[in-house]
Design a protein around this ligand. Structure first.
Ligand code: OAD
Length: 234
């Protein structure tokens, strides 16, 4: 690993598992006991807003019971120390990267502690329960919904992510199954742009074959070891 200047890191649910947050594709493919289609689509929100809002209220409240783990802290240390370009893109909707201190961070799938107005499209910080028909503080419409990107919706900041991948020397994917696009396609973009690609995951994922190298194990062990390695060559 030499001559690396610009780095893009993609994280997924696996980075937060050791903090006590369940992965999306848990036993039986369920997310906290629900089919993803029943809680993470615009159709589900229209069909049963009470259920969908309550689901995210519980996830938001659960954040108070968890703390960042060694993987989040290692990435925050990388962010503090890395002098060239670095972008950490997370698919996670928890706030553990920022609580560990990471600043160069994008939440491409939104964040639990945010609300999106279905009427005016403004996103605002939000903590505590968010009942259906809560009034938007910007436009006044009774239209606030969880600030989460549902299936079929466009993830946030795709232009910035595309630019960062286009100019990175190293793309690292951590704790993601590679099942959901467009994030699952980032490794291919990075390969096409000539970057080195590395996967850190508990097990081989759907995209493993596309990486130059895959290291298998716990994020809390693999990530600090990789960060130490990359900082040593800076
Ligand atoms: P998944 O639940 O699909 O995959 C989690 C990955 O983490 C799996 O490959 C596990 O093997 C790995 N893993 C589990 N424990 C680990 C550990 N301790 N250390 C390292 N790896 C570990 O989650 P994502 O790939 O993040 O979308 O899911 C992608 C998207 O699908 C989510 O962002 C969400 C979901 O539907 C939206 O909310 C829009």
């Amino acid at each position: 690993m030499h001559n690396i200047r610009n780095i893009v890191v993609l994280t997924g649910a696996g980075v937060s598992v050791e903090s006590g947050i369940a992965t999306f594709r848990g036993p039986g493919g369920l997310w906290e006991g629900h089919r993803v289609e029943d809680v993470c689509t615009p159709e589900a929100l229209r069909a049963d807003p009470e259920l969908v809002h309550r689901f995210y209220d519980l996830r938001r409240a659960a954040l108070k019971q968890v703390a960042p783990n060694a993987a989040h802290f290692a990435l925050a240390a990388l962010d503090r120390a890395w002098k060239d370009e670095l972008l950490i893109v997370t698919q996670n909707v928890d706030d553990l990267h920022e609580r560990a201190g990471t600043q160069r961070l994008l939440h491409m799938h939104g964040a639990l502690q945010s609300a999106l107005c279905a009427e005016c499209g403004i996103r605002t910080a939000h903590d505590g329960p968010l009942p259906p028909a809560t009034l938007c503080t910007t436009c006044g419409a009774p239209a606030l919904r969880p600030g989460i990107v549902f299936f079929g919706e466009m993830p946030y900041s795709m232009d910035r992510i595309g630019d960062a991948i286009g100019s990175c020397d190293l793309f690292v994917s951590i704790g993601t199954s590679g099942a959901v696009y467009p994030a699952a396609g980032f490794v291919e973009w990075a390969n096409d742009c000539g970057a080195a690609t590395l996967e850190l995951n508990l097990e081989r994922s759907g995209g493993s074959d596309q990486f130059d190298a895959s290291r298998l194990g716990l994020a809390s062990e693999l990530v600090p070891a990789w960060v130490a390695e990359v900082l040593a060559q800076q």
